[in-house]
Design a protein around this ligand. Sequence first.
Ligand code: GDP
Ligand code: MG
Length: 305
Amino acid sequence: MGFFGKIKVGLAKTRSQLADNISSVIKSFTKIDEELFEELEEILVLSDIGCVTAEQICSELRARIKKDGIKDPTVIRGLMKSIIAEMIEGDSNLKLNTKPSVILVIGVNGVGKTTSIGKIASLLKKDGKKVVLGAADTFRAAAIEQLEVWAQRADVSIVKGTEGSDPAAVVFDTIASAKAKGADVIICDTAGRLHNKKNLMDELAKINRIIDTQLPNADKEVLLVLDATTGQNAVNQAREFKNVADINGIVLTKLDGTARGGVVLAIKNELQIPVKFVGVGEGIDDLMPFSAEEFSSGIIETEEV
Ligand code: GDP
Ligand code: MG
């Protein structure tokens, strides 16, 4: 299955929520009036786009319809698609130009950090990069073992400590190993205990200090992983993490299991952090670089289009 096919399948639940409901609303109106806008806004809110963002989309829609003197409701779908695509447009490329460069992966437990690291490692490896993983989630032995399995699958190397060891020390060792091996990219896993904010903040600060002192000029991507199935809660997590870390991008996982894919819009629009990858399954190839155009088509266009 091609790239676009995969994202379409991954977005099937969101699409059936959003695109199909938009279709039936559009079909039930012969002219464009305020009631139509209200129904559309409600559909947007129900797919986790968020009230603020749904309202913005609808007011933009009103403005364009007025400006162009549009009378036909069937034109609405195409307009919405462009409005959404423009809204979520952003730089989704990873900036990894130095050798080595660093990707630090953060987020609460269970969102898909370790899995996404395996998938990103595989993408980079296929791109000809030499990758080293750092198992800095030392909180549980199982977390370290899980990253090891992903390192094997992606065929990249890994540096680990023992359970309970200092995460920053693991990052230090990973950097040393990457330098010795002449690696291109280091990807560090971290533990995600947001319930203890002070602890998390201190830990991230310590890891960042190690990276900044050991690799002062390296490109660094801090990626926040969010679980799309948690809907608006994912937006709240992003807000909390934004307060404690300089986040460069979002990895939004588990889109395949949810109708709440609209959360991408809320994250991008309300927090101004670009979504860089989307997860659409548990397999190694189930991570896609984010494309605003493909995403908006994937949630707005119906099957018959
Ligand atoms: P972590 O605690 O943040 O490191 O999360 P894990 O990487 O251990 O993932 C938690 C669970 O989510 C695992 O069962 C993964 O297989 C699953 N998972 C991660 N990403 C995706 C995805 O894109 N789609 C689906 N369906 N499951 C995913
Ligand atoms: Mg993990």
